[in-house]
Design a protein around this ligand. Structure first.
Ligand code: SF4
Length: 361
């Protein structure tokens, strides 16, 4: 060690006084234009972002600050965004991002071999699905990884050949498929749904695909999660939060819940864990995991008892008549036991003699 405390055999390559390290940050944030965009990732947030682009590469992103005011008396939308959104450019260029079609290795090998033996791709596919051993090889490899990169031409040919084979053998209505959720990609959704419909296949709901649909919502209200927007939380007198940890899964809208709290709204959180949103609720009801259904049935019981059965509250009765399936009648089916009935289908007008000829009965 020298007299001045420096280590002579380590040479300073960088002179701190020149501050050349700042160049790193200048490079990191440089851009030649800013464009507006959002994230099509089925978060349904639709937040507005400034995307900074350099030579066609997204370099970074920043929240937009020009949302119009929604309505006087309601808090503004901005700031809007989430941690996933602000790091989205990292996903775009991540080496882990899937950019090519992948196919189970067992099927890839079998397909290549079948194509060597059959000029017609439909015949090649038929040779595989009719061969029990071959089928087992790729079907039992499911869930075990082993994907290999393939070309688009190849996978499109396999998909077309397998669909045509199914149509020829069993008919088009034996093809059931999903298309991506329209909230994520309207064009992809329309393309897939239209193909299935024009082909005579069955276009299933994307909600069935990823099990996202709270079934009770359309069953009770007759629509599919077309509920009010989050800004309306501010108008509520009471918020019952369940099935969502707002801070994590509804990040851009979560501020409305906090603002509603400041506005006097009472907030109850029903969750097994003392999660992020529970910490600023008035009450946290610690449900046992898996018992939410029992809890809400008990809640319904109390509501019906106090607002409908023991005391008729006109506001409540008008509401359920107008907006829910509560006034619909259910047909009772007799059973072997003359005292017992089981519920059948909802009663339709045209099942009654008076309305039997009514249109759309
Ligand atoms: S919620 Fe997050 S991912 Fe979705 S649009 Fe907003 S910032 Fe993007």
């Amino acid at each position: 060690m020298s007299n001045n405390g420096s280590i002579p055999w380590i040479k300073d390559q960088i002179d701190p006084k020149l501050r050349s390290w700042e160049e790193f940050y200048r490079n990191r944030w440089q851009h030649d234009k800013v464009v507006r965009s959002t994230h099509g990732v089925n978060c349904t947030g639709g937040c507005s972002w400034q995307i900074c682009v350099k030579d066609g590469i997204v370099t970074w992103e920043m929240q937009q600050l020009d949302y119009p005011e929604l309505e006087a008396g309601l808090p503004p939308y901005e700031p809007r965004g989430c941690q996933r959104g602000i790091s989205y450019s990292w996903y775009l260029y991540s080496p882990l991002r899937v950019k090519y079609p992948y196919i189970r290795g067992a099927l890839l090998d079998l397909w290549r071999q079948a194509r060597e033996e059959h000029e017609d791709p439909v015949e090649a596919w038929a040779s595989l699905v009719n061969d029990e051993q071959a089928r087992k090889r790729w079907q039992q490899a499911r869930g075990k990884g082993g994907f290999r990169r393939a070309s688009w031409d190849m996978v499109l040919e396999i998909m077309a050949a397998s669909n045509i084979h199914t149509i020829k053998t069993y008919g088009p209505d034996r093809i059931a498929g999903f298309s991506p959720i329209p909230a994520m990609s309207m064009i992809s959704y329309a393309a897939g749904a239209r193909m299935l419909q024009l082909m005579g296949g069955v276009s299933l709901s994307f909600y069935d695909w990823y099990c996202d649909l709270p079934c009770a919502s359309p069953e009770t209200w007759g629509e599919q999660t077309d509920v009010q927007e989050s800004a309306d939380w501010y108008n509520a007198k009471m918020l019952a939060v369940m099935g969502s940890n707002l801070n994590m899964t509804r990040t851009p809208d979560c501020h409305f819940a906090a603002e509603a709290r400041h506005n006097g709204t009472k907030m109850w959180v029903f969750a097994p864990d003392f999660n992020q949103v529970a910490k600023y609720a008035d009450e946290w009801v610690s449900l046992n995991a898996g018992q939410d259904g029992a809890w809400w049935m008990a809640v319904n019981h109390v509501i019906l008892k106090e607002f409908h059965h023991e005391r008729k509250v006109p506001y409540f009765i008008e509401y359920v008549k107008k907006y829910t399936d509560a006034p619909l009648l259910v047909e009772l089916m007799s059973t072997d036991d003359s005292n017992l009935y089981r519920p059948g289908q909802l009663l339709r007008a045209n099942r009654l003699a008076t309305y039997k000829d009514i249109e759309n009965g």
